[in-house]
Design a binder for this molecule. Structure first.
Ligand SMILES: [Zn+2]
Length: 639
């Protein structure tokens, strides 16, 4: 899930009071959704069965805000259970419960339907039950069931994450048991089309109505079940795929058709990129789909993302969820970063590989967002605070950059192997994963103990600030010292490799320093005189307010290049004062070949001398400056 106007509100709220009001409304709506979340974690329908199949047979007319129909559930009881329960808002009315042709009595209160069986069920024997219901759905979270308008045409869409599924259908609303397969049939007036999960296997017209039959044969978390109805226009993009093609089904508003057709095809190279990095698209026997809706963002409904506009980053984010979030789903809301941190990072990978001019600014903006929370962790430690659960700073952006740091720490090849292993783990694929499951795969692939990394960066709070001091001595040796402070006392030290770049106008070199304590010092033999040191020039690290200071270690330095020399020798002086410098060049036999005087100014000076007439051999250069002599040798290749 990715909410565009939340991000906009975050950016603008300090400037515009209207935006502040919007942001307050968002926080209120999220808090409301979270109250549902808390209640569900405490109570909700009892999970005493394995749900293997559900069939939703619904009637929904976008001109009306009501729903009616039935949900048939096939399940395997874990034991000889005497009852079964479903989650359903009290706003909806249960008409009847059908079981083996009989009607059963039930209770429906506190958002749970409780149905007692005539006799306890046989353990591990597949059974089924049907709930018939109707009414005006509830509305929690991000708007579980919305009736709205576009271009004077009505539209209905669902968005159940995190706990809104029970607002519109009787379900098992938990993150423990995926529905192994599902059919969704929606009947609506025949001027409309229905978007949903899986493959469209039937479009049955009867009178003025049409029934769309969608069939999905992959395990699916309850919050990813969806449908939307309006006057959609449908068209396909195609992804070349294993000598075949994967269809991408687009359902768009007619008034946006031309614009949408320009943008939806950008999904094709994204799918190919994720295929290559993370393994084949997880729902390849069916389709990928994108259906327009009016929420202001995107929601990664399995095989049918709902989306506003078709922006590059938003499409990349929701598509990325189909590997991280849909195929492997966070096992609890504490682990929500396994969905959102990954989807955010995958949109960055699309920039890196497909539109690289935006890759650096992507990383800079994620770091800038992550350091907005000096006392927050990636792992969601406070599910009572909704702005914490859905924190763009911590869950999305710090989560994404923590993945980037793991990539830096482990290297590309091991990092991506570990992620492929995580996605293919038979205990996690098409099921649920914890933060610890991810860590175990990263450790298995790398052979590294990542407990400290996860303690600091995932469970620990805040980030480091680095203070770098450096100097270069007469022999061009560079000494670097790294000190670190932490924004939160929960982490005593962020042990990380620290990349630095030493450079001048002509040359640079990037060096990675393994840093595990404050004040740690390093010596680097540098073949040139550096005029500056850049900290983390490629934006690998989450850090803030870093300083780089240079200590003066010399009165005068010089260096020469290239060596061996051709027709011209470059001479670089670095001087603390303005002065005249005398330079003499001798051949290997000790004969003076050339003598020059240079007026050198304070700082860095570059000059050159002709060597085209020199014969092949070794030469010795002496520089006199400030009453001292400095020496160097070079080789002139044979002509
Ligand atoms: Zn998302």
């Amino acid at each position: 899930m990715f909410r565009l106007w939340l991000i906009c509100a975050l950016l603008l709220c300090s400037f515009l009071s209207e935006a502040q009001n919007d942001f307050d409304k968002i926080v209120q709506s999220e808090r409301k959704s979270f109250q549902h979340l808390c209640r569900d974690e405490r109570a909700g329908a009892e999970n005493n069965t394995n749900v293997i199949y559900q069939r939703l047979s619904l009637r929904a007319n976008p001109w009306e805000d009501s729903i009616s129909g039935s949900v048939t559930t096939y399940f395997i009881p874990a034991a000889g259970i005497p009852y079964i329960e479903f989650d359903l808002t009290d706003d909806l009315t249960v008409d009847s419960i059908l079981y083996h042709g009989d009607t059963l009595s039930f209770s429906h209160q506190n958002e749970v339907i409780h149905i007692a069986f005539p006799t306890s069920l046989t353990p591990l024997q597949t059974d089924s039950i049907k709930v018939v219901y109707h009414g005006v759905p509830g509305n929690s979270g991000f708007g579980s069931f919305i009736q709205s308008m576009h271009d004077s045409v009505p539209v209905i869409w669902t968005l159940s994450e995190p706990y809104g599924a029970k607002d519109w259908w009787p379900c098992k609303q938990n993150l423990q048991d995926k529905i192994d397969s599902i059919d969704i049939l929606v009947t609506t007036p025949d001027s409309f089309r229905v978007a949903s999960n899986g493959l469209l296997v039937g479009e049955i017209h009867h009178g003025n109505e049409v029934t769309f039959h969608w069939k999905h044969r992959y395990p699916i978390a309850t919050y990813l079940v969806c449908f939307a109805v309006t006057n959609y226009i449908a068209y396909y993009d195609y992804v070349p795929f294993n000598g075949d093609t994967l269809p991408v089904l687009n359902y768009v508003y007619p008034e946006h058709l031309a614009e949408s057709q320009l943008n939806t095809a950008k999904i094709v190279p994204m799918i190919q990129l994720y295929d290559s990095l993370f393994g084949v698209y997880p729902f390849s026997k069916e389709k990928y789909g994108q259906a327009e809706f009016g929420w202001g963002g995107g929601m990664e409904h399995q095989t049918m993302t709902f989306i506003t506009g078709f922006g590059f980053e938003l499409m990349a984010h929701e598509l990325g969820h189909h590997w991280f979030g849909d195929k492997v789903t966070c096992a609890s809301w504490h682990d929500i970063w396994l969905n959102e941190g990954f989807a955010t990072y995958l949109s960055g990978l699309c920039y890196e590989h497909l539109d690289p001019k935006w890759w650096e600014s992507f990383k800079i903006s994620r770091i800038n967002s992550a350091v907005q929370e000096p006392h927050g962790s990636v792992w969601c430690d406070d599910t009572a605070n909704v702005s914490r659960v859905f924190s763009s700073s911590l869950t999305y952006n710090k989560g994404a950059m923590v993945l980037h740091m793991l990539r830096f720490e482990l290297g590309d090849s091991i990092f991506f192997v570990a992620l492929r292993n995580y996605l293919q783990d038979e205990n996690l694929a098409y099921s649920y994963a914890t933060t610890n499951d991810l860590r175990q795969h990263l450790e298995a692939a790398s052979g590294k103990d990542l407990q400290e990394f996860f303690n600091d960066w995932v469970y620990g709070k805040g980030f480091p600030s680095y203070q770098i001091t450096w100097q270069q001595d007469f022999a061009n040796q560079v000494q670097v010292s790294i000190e670190q402070t932490q924004s939160d006392p929960s982490v005593s030290y962020f042990e990380m490799p620290v990349p630095i770049r030493l450079k001048n106008a002509f040359r640079d070199t990037t060096i990675i320093l393994n840093n595990s304590s404050s004040g740690q010092a390093y010596k680097i033999a540098l073949p040139f005189i550096a005029d500056s040191l850049l900290f983390d020039p490629e934006y690998w690290l989450i850090s803030k307010e870093n300083t780089v200071s240079r200590k003066s270690a010399y009165d005068f330095l010089f260096s020469i290049y290239p060596n061996p020399v051709g027709n011209s020798l470059q001479i670089e002086f670095q001087s603390q004062v303005d002065q005249n410098v005398e330079m003499e060049i001798y051949n290997d036999a000790g004969q003076l070949i050339s003598k020059q005087t240079f007026a050198v100014t304070q700082g860095r000076n570059i000059t050159q001398t002709e060597t085209g007439g020199f014969s092949g051999g070794v030469y010795h250069l002496t520089v006199k400056a400030g009453g001292k002599r400095y020496h160097a040798s070079f080789v002139k290749a044979k002509n």
